[in-house]
Write a protein that binds this ligand. Sequence first.
Ligand code: GLU
Length: 300
Amino acid sequence: MSAAAVYRGRFAPSPTGPLHAGSLVAALASWLDARAHGGHWLVRIEDVDLPRCVAGADQHILQQLAQLGLLPDEAPLWQSSRNSAYQDALTRLQAANAVYPCACSRKEIEQACARAGLPKARNGELIYPGTCRTGLHGRSARAWRLRTAGAAPVHWSDRALGAQQQDVGQEVGDFVLLRADGYFAYQLAVVVDDAAQGISQVVRGADLCDNTARQILLQQALGLATPGYLHTPLVLGANGEKLSKQNGAAALDCSSPARALEELRRAARRLGLQCQDSDDNIGFALAAWVAQWPSLFAHT
Ligand code: GLU
């Protein structure tokens, strides 16, 4: 079976605001990778974390993508319509005793970490010390966590970043699949949806690289295939951190085809692609970058 015949990629924005220069790099890279493989490119609106979503941002993003010439090959999928699939996955993990309920508040986790001498935070997240692994001891469940203790370190190869390794049990701890506020966690939603949509390559921003080992463990626990991964360079804001709405990322200017082309060129340069003045419309520019793409990132 040729890779080209089965390639399915996706861009999975969270509708917390319009696309900006940083999110466009991931969108363009995933589109180019799908086109370079003769594959399908899907858009998934990741509105699973409803409290963080902004009304109308989903439609705004879809409109921006259309103005940029990045058109999905299938109807977009909204994660807010997928709760029963996430619940089914959690039920399977419960039946296999791969998950357990957790009663700990953030404060209790902080205190337990301090008592156990665990490093306070990893990427701003606490390493869960395993308090509820052996039972709730009369407390009420708030969340559900995946058991990671004893899992072998996860090794995987990123097409841009090379060999990667993470010992999830040591470096992250048992992580949340169903949150205390009743929402399913990103980690569960993304794994269930990538599998349901038959995604063969995940192309996304490097800020998400650290989630990959968790997602691979979860795929294994659910008996799902692991896709390939390519994490794209980030665009930094004025404060040196990843560009985001919080540090002043402006919405893309797609008010005319010429402006949209300029936005695409900026993203293409960040990916290391060459831009020719002669490619003076979106269609020509995208076609030229599809042709260049295989020389930049190893084909699968
Ligand atoms: N929804 C995530 C974000 O916008 C991306 C998830 C993914 O590509 O795996 O940061």
